[in-house]
Design a protein around this ligand. Structure first.
Ligand code: XMP
Length: 327
């Protein structure tokens, strides 16, 4: 029967057989899948693995530190962080359309990751003539089924004009989670001693907070949203509600202003939307009936602690017709 210790031992042996003395690279997203995949590979081949983490500035409060400190301490992986905050800020300037934001964020992400990859490959080749030939992916069983079966290699073409990458570089994929479901991945992560903040993490979209600001994405708005989001997460955890919630996007309506009153004066601030949903698979969802006292505390804290926000509103739409995210 299923046992996380057995799965780990099995995968470790399999990875060692596949990789031998080869070098391996893995992109960490901050999410649970890539974190667990990298940890298993590290257990199998140690410092033959190097991980890359791109900070695009659209992360939530503390996420970078959790990867750089907590995760690295728990696993011992070699980590290279790429600080791309300014690059993404520049690329997103003036953009308000959600799909355009997604395209820009995806494009910049691939560029940044491939540039880091090319640098590491060059460095590795210089050291001992052995380029990196293996790429770890946190593919889960549901992803395998959805995409209709097996791959095995990834063709990374250097059409992004980053320079340094061979014309048509082929990586062999290492996918230790291919037979697993999400809850099994979490169990394995815990067995491997990964931090609970990473293993227990709710789904978070790749474009991050970039698609939770309705309007243009700016550094000030990201800072504001990060504060509000951190308050919501802390209060939901404090109230013991994490198990009832699939995810709770916190959205800044940056293009909307409304009148409020604070102290002696009128304010003209932005609304923050709470979007707590319960779901099995994100295909459909219902809005989570949060206790009023928890909502009251969140609202008080946000309006008191987050400058520029004078209203907190609750989204009571199911999916369909609403989507989970606002953009
Ligand atoms: P929606 O908003 O479509 O979201 O109901 C369903 C699930 O997908 C996530 N989501 C994304 N994930 N890139 C991602 O990696 C995206 O562009 C994106 N948009 C939505 C969303 O958080 C939810 O879990």
């Amino acid at each position: 029967d299923w046992n996380s210790g057995n799965v780990i031992a099995e995968q470790v042996a399999k990875i060692q057989a596949q990789v031998g003395t080869g070098k391996v690279i893995c992109g960490l997203s901050g999410g649970v899948d890539s974190a667990v995949a990298a940890a298993i590979v590290h257990k199998a081949v140690g410092d033959q693995l190097v991980c890359v983490f791109v900070d695009h500035g659209l992360l939530r409060q503390d996420e970078r530190r959790q990867v750089e400190e907590d995760y690295v301490k728990a696993t011992g992986v070699r980590l290279v962080t790429i600080d791309a905050v300014e690059q993404f800020e520049t690329a997103l300037a003036g953009v308000t359309d959600p799909e355009t934001k997604r395209k820009i964020i995806g494009r910049e992400f691939i560029r940044t990751f491939e540039k880091a990859q090319a640098d590491l490959i060059a460095e590795s080749r210089e050291q001992d003539g052995d380029p990196i030939r293996f790429l770890v992916q946190g593919t889960l069983y549901p992803d395998v089924v959805e995409s209709g079966g097996g791959t095995g290699t990834a063709n990374i073409k250097s059409h992004h004009n980053v320079g340094g990458l061979p014309e048509d570089l082929t990586f062999e994929l290492v996918e230790p989670l291919r037979a697993l479901f999400k809850d099994e991945v979490r169990a394995i992560g815990r067995e491997l001693g990964l931090p609970e903040v990473i293993v227990g993490r709710q789904p978070f979209p790749g474009p991050g907070l970039g698609i939770r600001i309705v309007g243009e994405v700016t550094r000030e708005r990201l800072d504001l949203l990060r504060k509000a989001d951190a308050i919501v997460r802390a209060e939901l955890t404090e109230a013991g509600l994490d198990q009832d919630i699939w995810q709770c996007p916190v959205v800044l309506l940056a293009d909307v202003r409304s009148v409020g009153v604070q102290g002696d004066g009128r304010t003209y601030g932005h609304p923050i939307v709470l979007r707590p949903v319960s779901s099995e698979d994100a295909m459909t969802a219902d809005w989570t009936r949060l206790p009023y006292d928890v909502l009251a505390k969140i609202s008080n804290r946000i309006t008191n602690e987050v400058e520029g926000v004078n209203r907190v509103v609750l989204d009571v739409t199911s999916k369909p017709p609403g989507t989970i995210e606002w953009e």
